[in-house]
Design a protein around this ligand. Structure first.
Ligand SMILES: [Ca+2]
Length: 499
């Protein structure tokens, strides 16, 4: 009996080992493409002033999520939340200048989970944080804000190519004003030689080199982040008169007083300058699209397209003068919502559109699910695979975001999107509440929070918000103290750079 039992156990162990071996080889690759500061502006999201054929074609062969929400409207915190699969409350990265593992030294990141499952994990460009154009970071090890444990191979931007472009800005403006300004340049550098073109080229090389094994290839483009630099052809194909002008409505003045502003970049701009800035952003989105196209073509040429999960997204939304504001920051829909397209092998829902509000933290469990990797029990999101199978499936989950702006001392912002409604509030010495019906008022111009007719709705949204707020974040002052300039050199030395 004992011998029989041992034989059964040995057989089962062999079967498990064999199935793991076979499934590892058969597992789908992942191509994870992240754009920087990309709001819902590709053409497939309804922007007819722009041509984005490659992103559009990806949407036509995958599922386009129209209501995908980042958890924090700023690069580093949003990326850390997504890549740890946890809400910003838990990740505790609220500003850019913090190591991703500030509060979670032992948590497992999304690429790390793939790495431990036998995948080759490769990142090219910006995945966690690090701004290649930021003068403060020049000469630094940019991987300071990346995570060596996540990647088998990690490649950053080509510094020489960046410097060439910074020089072009300097030549135009007399001086370089920094990555946060609304600088824009029609670059004389060719598409392939520009920094994002070189990112795509390197990613394609790595894809080819890695294709014998399952790979998780993460490609982080820098466009359309400021400074808006794109090869001239992408500017020339956009007639200035076709570019819309986004401005604040007169009724929004009261709202603007309580909103966090990312600098005062709009000050002194006239409508002609605003329009040129929007055009420059659009040119960068078109340039991004051309490089996404190169990645997709390479997948096709390498015979990998049918066995690769493709995820395309921005890291948070973006305002181009919307509500009188530029850049990210704040809690309006425009700054929280971003494109998200997922194409999975053998997907039957090609070209479908999902209008269910989903969260960036859902991406981590979704990818584990699609790749057949054992789920982790400490993730805060949920797999989107039911929506990939049926984009109209029941999905009664609110989407939460938060923002603790360090330049508005004392105010903490929290947002919840549920059904047609978007509610957010800024809490400080007093609370400012905002309630919008996105179905009837997608531009969020009619704040109904103070209207007694909507009292029940406000209370419902407040309850949802309270349920989603897992912890009280530190004060904005404490968060500001997280930022470290200059860098901690000890920490830099621990980063195991591949290049
Ligand atoms: Ca960003």
């Amino acid at each position: 009996m004992a011998q029989k039992l041992i034989a059964i156990i040995v057989t089962l162990a062999c079967l498990v080992a064999a199935s793991e071996f076979v499934s590892a080889a058969d597992r789908p690759n992942v191509l994870f493409i992240m754009a920087d500061d990309l709001g819902v502006f590709p053409r497939c999201y309804g922007n007819t002033a722009i041509e984005t054929p490659h992103i559009d074609s990806l949407a036509e062969t995958g599922v386009r999520f129209d209501d995908a929400y980042c958890q924090y409207p700023l690069c580093g915190p949003s990326r850390c939340s997504l890549l740890f699969g946890k809400r910003p409350d838990a990740v505790k990265v609220f500003v850019n200048e913090v190591s991703p593992r500030y509060a979670l030294p032992d948590a497992k990141t999304l690429p790390q989970a793939f790495r431990e499952a036998g995948y080759r994990t490769i990142k090219v460009g910006k995945l966690f944080h690090g701004n290649p154009y930021d003068k403060r970071q020049q000469g630094w090890q940019n991987d300071l804000w990346d995570d060596a444990t996540s990647w088998e191979q990690a490649y950053w931007f080509d510094r020489e190519a960046i410097n060439r472009e910074v020089d072009q800005i300097g030549a135009k403006h007399g001086r370089y004003k920094g990555a946060g300004s609304l600088d824009w340049v029609m670059s004389t550098t060719s598409s392939k030689q520009s920094p994002d073109g070189r990112i795509a080229t390197l990613a394609i090389e790595k894809m080819q080199a890695a294709k014998a094994d399952p790979f998780f290839l993460a490609v982080g483009f820098f466009v359309p982040h400021t400074p808006w630099i794109a090869p001239a052809e992408h500017f020339e194909s956009i007639p200035l008169e076709s570019v819309p002008l986004f401005t604040a409505a007169a009724s929004e003045q009261r709202a603007l007083e309580v909103m966090p502003k990312n600098g005062d970049y709009d000050r002194g701009m006239d409508d002609a300058q605003r329009r040129k800035s929007v055009k420059a952003y659009y040119a960068c989105v078109q340039y991004l699209d051309s490089q996404v196209g190169r990645l997709l073509s390479a997948l096709e040429e390498q015979g990998l397209i049918e066995n690769t999960i493709i995820v395309f997204l921005g890291d948070h939304g973006y305002q181009l003068g919307h509500h009188g504001m530029w850049h990210k920051y704040g809690l309006y829909d425009q700054t929280l919502r971003t494109p998200l397209i997922i194409r999975a092998p053998k997907q039957s829902t090609s070209g479908d559109i999902c209008e269910r509000p989903v969260e960036f933290i859902d991406i981590y469990p979704t990818l584990l699910d699609l790749a057949g990797i054992k789920p982790l029990d400490d993730l805060h999101g949920r797999s989107l695979t039911p929506l990939l199978r049926n984009p109209s499936a029941q999905w009664n989950h609110p989407a939460y975001s938060m923002h603790v702006p360090v330049n508005r001392d004392g105010r903490i912002g929290r947002s919840v999107r549920y059904g047609d409604w978007h509610y957010f509030e800024w809490r400080g010495d007093e609370t400012h509440a905002f309630l919008f019906n996105l179905k009837n008022d997608p531009a969020e111009l009619k704040n109904r929070a103070a209207n007694p007719q909507y009292l029940d709705r406000v209370n419902e949204m407040k309850s949802l918000l309270a349920a989603g707020a897992k912890a009280v974040p530190p004060s904005p002052k404490a968060i500001a103290a997280q930022q470290f300039w200059p860098p901690n050199l000890d920490e830099i030395e621990t980063i195991n750079r591949t290049q």
